[in-house]
Ligand binder design. Structure first.
Ligand SMILES: O=C(O)CCC(=O)C(=O)O
Length: 253
């Protein structure tokens, strides 16, 4: 569980790195699960944003990923309902109820793991009450050189910002350079929480080791999506903690 000082820091900065939320041995097991899954999928589609080339001076980079991992391995279903995680998400939102929006596992391959331009998650899936948050589980260490996630502290207080749309939603590079953000270096087992209004991105993995993470987007079940963008994610609406007080019929989501 997080204490009041940590919650105050989250409210102030828009992010919170929770050290050792899961153990290093557990993280190593999930790392193996992730890499095994990527191997089984054997996909050649690369989700690197078109706009990422602006950060690599045109050099090609690579990203491996899987959405909705809990539909491929029960280990991930256990992780996203683990109270060590859901208790923090609940405390951050100030509600006992935590609902799944979607999950997304990323492996940034060695030497050329793709960066992410600075952006908010808000334009991808806006909601009426702005409760939506991300939790990034680190399954291996993520120093700056591995392209750790970077944030702009306090940027969530600006609310929704205008994004450019070419090559995925991103903020103008001149106003929001990656270098001006704060690197959130993490160790295996750490989890980074941030609001969908927090401006964030990440650098290129230039090391000889992969960076392996699982991003879980969650929300208050009483927070309604605006429009139906991103509503196709499998398992969206699953309760991770507590109940859905709205008790909307499943087909109405
Ligand atoms: O994993 C990362 O480096 C950043 C991912 C991200 O920002 C996103 O998927 O919105």
């Amino acid at each position: 569980m997080v204490d009041e000082a940590a919650l105050a820091s989250y409210r102030d900065n828009g992010y919170l790195l929770v050290k050792g939320l899961i153990g290093k041995d557990e993280a190593a097991t999930y790392r193996q699960e992730s890499h095994d899954l990527i191997g089984r999928l054997n996909r050649d589609w690369d989700p690197t944003w078109g706009s990422a080339k602006e950060l690599t001076m045109g050099a090609a980079t690579e990203l491996k990923h899987c959405h909705d991992v809990q539909f491929y391995s029960a280990a991930f279903a256990r992780l996203i309902t683990d109270p060590r995680f859901t208790d923090v998400a609940a405390a951050i939102m100030g509600t006992p109820n935590v609902q799944l929006h979607h999950t997304k596992m990323f492996v940034k391959p060695p030497e050329k793991g793709s960066p992410f331009p600075m952006h908010q998650d808000h334009p991808f899936f806006p909601h009426t009450k702005d409760s939506v948050g991300a939790a990034i589980f680190h399954f291996d260490d993520a120093p700056v050189e591995k392209g750790c996630v970077r944030v702009v502290p306090g940027s969530h207080k600006n609310g929704a910002l205008q994004h450019e749309t070419e090559g995925s939603y991103h903020l103008p590079f001149s106003e929001w350079p990656l270098e001006n953000s704060v690197p959130c270096e993490a160790e295996a087992g750490d989890v980074l929480f941030f609001s969908y209004h927090t401006v964030h991105g990440s650098g290129t993995n230039t090391t000889d080791e992969a960076r392996t993470t699982l991003l879980v987007q969650y929300r208050d079940p009483e927070d309604e999506p605006i429009g139906d963008s991103h509503s196709q994610s499998l398992g969206q609406g699953m309760m991770l903690r507590g109940i859905d007080p709205s008790s909307r019929a499943l087909g109405d989501r």
